[in-house]
Design a protein around this ligand. Structure first.
Ligand code: FE
Ligand code: CA
Length: 523
């Protein structure tokens, strides 16, 4: 067994430090260092928490005193970091502490899983490295699995193109009294559109690990995003732009990017994503694979599943072989192929088993994009955008059948990606209006990224009566307020492009009554 495995097996910081002392300094990258003193704040990228469970929560930071330099300006050696978590901001009540190693192979990021906590409790946390103290973050544990729960408040958000607007919505999110932020993808954008640029990325599209790390640094250096992370635990899944626009499994949309080349890119992108997100160390990617789909539970009130619609999906239909990329189409034989999948067969099976076993009041399915039909009636026939669920009709039918088998009206699908607020009815077969409504859908608009024109969106609404609400002109996020009786939906919105001092308003409100599939207008 090499030393690194030994350290991993022994686990805890104190044991690791003892081993460090035992083996002595100077053994390559396993020499443990104290943070070198400097005038630069090692916590420039902030703090975050995530994955709240009844007895644990995940604390994240990344040491980067000079975040624009390779390894954040730190030596190629592990550095000890201490965390503290308590029930009060003065860190006096119920104080817990631990020491972990920020390892250079993970860009000195820290993913500290704090276990043995009381359920349904709010906490404050911070880190220390050398003489530096981090900002204080707030987090919480989930209620016990069998606990009756009165209320759960979630912010649903996605699509934060740094270049296309300020993160003013994150200011409001940070100030809200909520339990968690649910982020459903396009956390970074790898690409640019010069037409809508109000502030630049640090460089052109990343092509390697160093590039993706720099892209994540650009986002985390935004103080409003850091505030939203410090204020609430986050639960995350991803969409395409964390790697490359419209990718599908191992396929790129670029002709000159073979699947081998693309998987190398995906490896770099997933690794940088892991390094910068408050996710469990057990999610650390292995090569090009990273499992992000996960089950969360909020007592007896709600089950929440995060789903991965990118890593395991079939390529978009009627593309050249092995090529990804979405386009608008009116017909394509491959649409009827039942072997095509959005989640991959293993994840589909997992979700079906999870849903069948669920006993909670609400069942929330969080995934990347809009499930309800979004095509438009045109003189040439009905259009479909092949990157969305409209391009995966057989997989969509299977998903809806899995949901319909429960037939309790308590499944609510949550998505992002399309840069519009959408509230919709979901039918047993979304392409057949004679089939019953079996679930509800809420899709959040983007936090910053530009949407479709209102002319196109109006045609989309007219073409799809199950879209109870669809607006592309405003940026925003969604506040979900769950009680055992109802699930409130408040669509918050502001103009595009979003300025730093945006005026944010409520675009519309809907409600899903328990046991009654399909949202209704609320007031
Ligand atoms: Fe997006
Ligand atoms: Ca997307």
């Amino acid at each position: 067994m090499d030393r690194r495995h030994l350290l991993a097996r022994v686990g805890g910081g104190a044991a690791a430090l003892a081993l460090g002392a035992l083996f002595g300094p100077g053994l390559g990258s396993d020499r443990i260092e104290r943070l070198p003193p400097s005038g630069d704040d090692p916590f420039s990228l902030g703090v975050a928490s995530g994955m709240p469970a009844p007895d644990s929560v995940l604390l994240w930071t990344r040491l980067a005193p000079r975040p624009r330099e390779p390894l954040g300006g730190l030596p190629d050696a592990p550095i000890e970091v201490h965390w503290e978590l308590a029930e009060d901001e003065a860190f006096a009540t119920g104080l817990r502490r631990g020491t972990v190693l920020a390892r250079p192979e993970h860009a000195h990021s820290v993913h500290a899983e704090v276990a043995g906590l009381a359920p349904d409790r709010r906490f404050f946390y911070r880190f220390r490295a050398g003489d530096a103290l981090s900002p204080v973050g707030r987090t919480r544990t989930a209620p016990a699995a069998d606990a009756p729960v009165d209320r759960l408040r979630i912010v649903l958000a996605s699509c934060q193109h740094y270049e296309q607007g300020e993160f003013a919505l994150h200011r409001e999110i940070a100030d809200r009294d909520i339990d968690l932020v649910l982020f459903v993808g396009d956390y970074i954008y790898e690409s640019s559109n010069a037409r809508y640029r109000v502030r630049p990325h640090e460089a052109l599209a990343p092509t390697d690990l160093a590039g993706y790390r720099q892209r994540h640094v650009t986002y985390k250096l935004d103080p409003a995003l850091r505030a939203a992370h410090a204020a609430h635990p986050w639960v995350l899944t991803w969409d395409d732009h964390e790697v490359e626009n419209d990718y599908a499994g191992d396929a790129s949309r670029f002709e000159d990017r073979s699947s081998t080349d693309f998987l190398a890119l995906r490896t770099a992108a997933y690794k940088a994503y892991f390094e910068h997100m408050p996710v469990s160390p057990r999610m650390a990617p292995v090569g090009a694979a990273m499992r992000i789909h996960e089950h969360y539970r909020w007592g007896r009130l709600a089950d929440l599943w995060t789903l991965d619609g990118r890593q395991y999906r079939s390529t978009q239909p009627c593309n050249p072989p092995g090529r990804a990329g979405g386009r608008v189409m009116t017909s394509c034989d491959e649409l009827a192929d039942p072997a095509r999948t959005m989640f991959g067969l293993a994840q589909e099976r997992w979700l079906a088993e999870q849903l069948a076993a669920s006993r909670s009041g609400w069942r929330l399915l969080a995934q990347g994009t809009q499930i309800a039909q979004g095509g438009m009636e045109t003189p040439l026939g009905r259009s479909r955008f092949s990157d969305g669920w409209d391009g995966y009709p057989q997989a969509r039918r299977r998903l809806m059948q899995t949901i319909a088998r429960q037939a309790q009206g308590n499944v609510v699908c949550l998505g992002g990606d399309v840069h519009r607020h959408v509230v919709a009815r979901l039918r047993a077969d979304p392409e057949d209006e004679r089939t019953p409504v079996v679930a509800s859908e809420v899709v959040t608009s983007s936090l910053t990224t530009r949407g479709l024109s209102e002319t196109a969106t109006a045609l989309m609404r007219r073409s799809n009566p199950d879209l109870l609400h669809a607006r592309s002109d405003e940026r925003g996020y969604v506040l979900l307020d769950l009680t055992p009786q109802r699930l409130g939906i408040e669509l918050r919105a502001t103009d595009f492009p979003v300025p730093a001092e945006a005026r944010i308003r409520t675009q519309s409100r809907f409600v899903v009554e328990a046991g009654h599939a399909g949202p209704q207008r609320d007031g």
